[in-house]
Design a protein around this ligand. Structure first.
Ligand code: PLP
Length: 467
């Protein structure tokens, strides 16, 4: 009888070797250049036109992994990875991923693996309490904040009463739909609106203030103007920890407007939300009781390997009405309260809560808080050092674990941009660190985001050494 794996002998041997390789990798990630030096096509051309007809032993594949693929890896798990948002594939998370793959369970329905559904409920209750979020919020894990914000906006659209689910968007006379977010909101909000037929014109980018926070007066004006013109507000999306500067929108005041205007309030805490497990950062959620939906990414700053994005909502009924569709072959007779497939687009669902559980239980909230506190201290120290230099301008107020700055040179904006872009190239070419850039009010700036569980001050100091 043909069988895919004849025995587990090879697996056992290779498995031990791979775990040893991972442990060595994690012990000394610093020996790798953070940013891959590969040129486009370098990786692809090493591979044959088709896979080996008769297969290869794991040993050969592990060698190929090291020689062919590692050079094309940018080391996100490197302690000096400061680009975009720094993340952590923690040891606890990696072990959980191994178990998840072994079970290969699919949590589409409660009965297709009760543990998948119930551990998701438990871990999200723990996380909700750890972040001090309101009791009673319903939580669900999906792959990313982008998908979770899309789901939330879809529910918001349904909550307007337009019955898009039943009637669709076309062939009837609908008012123009509007979603409000600041000019600093992540592109996922606009993408979600695009996918929902709200259109790019329907996304109203509210100007931000000098600290890159949404201007509440401008929000109020925009809503009034749109209502007067016959548009229908669908949602306001506030950000707690924006991508470029980690600025925090004035949630309470935005929440009051959302409540008064009866508009769905979505809160994008994909990055910043994680910090609220630390009591000193609870203020970030001031006004969160107004939120209809909230996204937080444990795969950003909670030491959980990518992917693990959480969506909380106080209106799970609306989310369910938006997405639930149960064909005969998925009907069940059990009394389970939650079948997570009812709350989103995906049917099949990985056991993502296992890694969140393993991370929270193994490290404990105390240690996780300490690491987050340390990251923020590093960012404060970095910005204090930068402030001492006459040739450096902090382009945004230092916030959470993000520092945004530029070198100022004579010759205006263009000269500054050239200088800082070249500086980033030089910094990243050292292989010792990886930083990325942003542009704020026309100023091209270097952006440092600290968030890897193995980062120490000596890694952050490399930024200063490159200047
Ligand atoms: N929201 C914010 C504020 C972000 O910074 C990001 C990514 O950096 C996202 C959403 C999108 O996250 P994801 O990659 O999980 O879709």
């Amino acid at each position: 009888m043909p069988k895919l794996d004849k025995t587990s002998t090879e697996f056992r041997e290779a498995g031990h070797r791979i775990v040893d390789w991972i442990a060595d990798y994690l012990d000394d990630t610093d020996r790798y250049d953070v940013l891959s030096r590969a040129n486009p096509g370098d990786i692809e051309r090493q591979f044959a036109a088709s896979p080996d007809e008769r297969g290869k032993p794991y040993e050969a594949l592990l060698e190929e992994f090291k020689s062919k693929l590692l050079p094309g890896i940018t080391h996100w798990n490197h302690p000096a990875f400061f680009a975009y948002f720094s993340i952590t594939g923690s040891q606890a998370g990696i072990l959980a991923e191994l178990l998840t793959a072994a079970l290969n369970a699919n949590g589409m329905l409660w009965k297709t693996s009760p543990s998948l559904t119930e551990l998701e409920t438990v871990t999200l209750r723990w996380l909700r309490n750890a972040m001090g979020l309101p009791q009673g919020l319903f939580g669900i894990i999906n792959d990313t904040a982008s998908i979770n914000s899309f789901l939330a906006l879809a529910a918001a659209r349904e909550a307007t009463g337009l019955n898009v689910r039943g009637e669709g968007l076309t062939g009837r006379n609908l008012p123009p739909l509007r979603v409000y977010c600041s000019d600093q909101a992540h592109s996922s909000i606009e993408k979600g609106a695009l996918a929902l037929g709200i259109g790019a014109r329907g996304v109203v980018k509210i100007p931000s203030d000098e600290a890159f926070r949404m201007r509440v007066d401008a929000l109020e004006e925009a809503i009034a103007r749109d209502r007067a013109a016959g548009s229908l507000p669908v949602a306001i999306s506030a950000t707690v920890g924006t991508t470029s500067t980690a600025s925090v929108d004035p949630l309470r005041r935005i929440g009051e407007i959302a409540a008064r205007e009866k508009i769905w309030l979505h809160v994008d805490g994909a990055y910043g939300g994680s910090a609220t497990i630390v009591p000193e950062f609870r203020w970030l959620w001031d006004g969160i009781e107004y939120a209809d939906s909230i996204v937080v990414n444990p795969h950003k700053w909670l030491f959980t390997p990518i992917d693990c994005g959480v969506l909380y909502t106080r209106r799970p009924d609306v989310l369910r009405e938006t997405f639930s569709l149960v064909p005969e072959y998925l009907k069940t007779t059990d009394s389970a309260e939650i079948n997570y497939m009812d709350y989103g687009l995906q049917l099949g669902r990985r056991f993502r809560s296992l890694k969140l559980w393993m991370v929270m239980e193994h490290y404990g909230l105390e240690r996780m808080r300490e690491v987050i506190r340390e990251h923020v201290r590093y960012a404060q120290r970095l910005s204090a050092e930068l402030r001492k230099r006459d040739d450096i301008e902090l382009v945004a107020p230092q916030s959470l674990s993000v520092v945004v700055f530029r070198k100022v040179v004579p010759g205006g904006e263009e000269a500054c941009e050239r200088e800082n872009a070249a500086l980033i190239e030089r910094m990243n070419a050292t292989g010792k660190l990886f930083v990325s850039h942003t542009k704020l009010r026309g100023k091209y700036a270097i952006r440092v985001a600290i968030g890897n569980g193995a980062t120490e001050w000596r890694h952050v100091e490399r930024v200063l050494e490159c200047l």
